[in-house]
Design a protein around this ligand. Structure first.
Ligand code: DOR
Length: 330
């Protein structure tokens, strides 16, 4: 007799722990109830997935939603709705909101706001700063916290750990793997002259150049090793960082984003202007190819979206006042 399922997805190639298999998937009360060759007769709803790949929901481990403080760009309801529309069933959300998520009160505020409004599972990062460096061991273990995020270079918002001493204090406090935006703040400041007075958005990867990323990642690896802390380097963008990180697999994991795997300078800036502006920047094709090679070789551990929306109006401000970041969770 056919079973009483709410939904059957039939005829697709299903991604399972042992690889792709031709199978049907049955769902009952919001959960996968069976996988195999199934009779769809008793199901309330049938989705024909012939010719399609059936994936489990994915986790996006880098999204910047904008609540609290920047809800004119997006809020937790709309951000998580975009996530589930794209098959993302859990998100790790970044701390550069307003106020920044740097203490227990701010973390709990996000958890409360998400209650009953978030469409997907969620956890929030605690941002590292000089003022909370010594409390991070405690903060990273709070319920609903997915870990500590360090901005070594400034991006959207004010969170920053620019110097080695503060970085050492941050990495010495706590045990969980730390996620890091790796760009060298000192070099960013020195090179800002290049674009300060009316630069062009195509110069974004020239201001925030390869050396800015490489220098930062070398400092990070040195200090992480010194204090014995595991790290996760977010949105890696340069060919030069790949061998550094490949040689440090015992302490370091790495992420790349779909945008760095699919776009390349200078064309992305010619075609999209500041819509292609993000930190770290989209670079020339040789970097994109090196990142693909790192994916193929299994050096890349995570593909994350770095979802970071701004309004179209904000994006239209003249560079370099146009904000960095683009949506991507969906
Ligand atoms: O381009 C970016 N935008 N990079 C970041 O690191 C932050 C993000 C944002 O929040 O806008």
């Amino acid at each position: 007799m056919a079973k009483d399922w709410d939904l059957i997805i039939t005829g697709g190639q299903v991604f399972t722990p042992s690889g792709l298999v031709a199978a049907d998937v049955a769902v009952a009360e919001g959960r996968i109830a069976d996988i195999g060759s199934l009779d769809s007769a008793g199901a309330d709803e049938v989705i024909d997935a012939k010719g399609l790949t059936v994936l489990p929901g994915v986790i996006d481990t880098q999204v910047h939603f904008r609540e609290p403080g920047l809800e004119h760009k997006e809020d937790l309801e709309s951000g998580t709705r975009a996530a589930v529309m794209g098959g993302v069933t859990a998100v790790f959300e970044m701390p550069n909101t307003s106020p920044a998520t740097i203490d227990a009160a701010a973390l709990n505020e996000k958890l409360t706001r998400a209650e009953g409004r978030a469409w997907c599972d969620h956890a929030f990062f605690i941002g590292a700063a000089a003022e909370n460096a010594d409390k991070l061991a405690e903060l990273e273990r709070l319920p609903g916290c997915c870990g500590v995020k360090i901005f070594m270079g400034s991006s959207t918002g004010s969170l920053l750990v620019p110097d080695d001493d503060t970085l050492r204090r941050v990495l010495s406090s706590g045990r969980r793997r730390c996620s890091v935006h790796s760009e060298d703040e000192q070099r960013l400041k020195e090179r800002f002259e290049l674009v300060r007075d009316g630069g062009k958005v195509a110069q974004h990867p020239e201001w925030r150049d390869v050396e800015t990323a490489v220098r930062s990642t070398k400092r990070l690896l040195r200090i992480a090793r010194e204090v014995g802390r595991r790290i996760h380097v977010l949105h890696v963008t340069t060919a030069e960082e790949v061998p550094l990180l490949a040689a440090a697999k015992d302490i370091a994991t790495m992420e790349v984003t779909p945008q760095h795997l699919t776009l390349a300078a200078p064309y992305c800036y010619e075609d999209l202007g500041s819509l292609a502006q993000m930190n770290p920047p989209i670079r020339e094709a040789r970097h994109r190819e090196a990142l693909w090679q790192a994916v193929r070789l299994g050096i890349v551990d995570v593909i994350g979206s770095d979802h970071a929306p701004h309004t179209r109006e904000e994006k239209q401000a003249p560079y370099p006042r146009s904000p960095s970041g683009m949506p991507g969770v969906q």
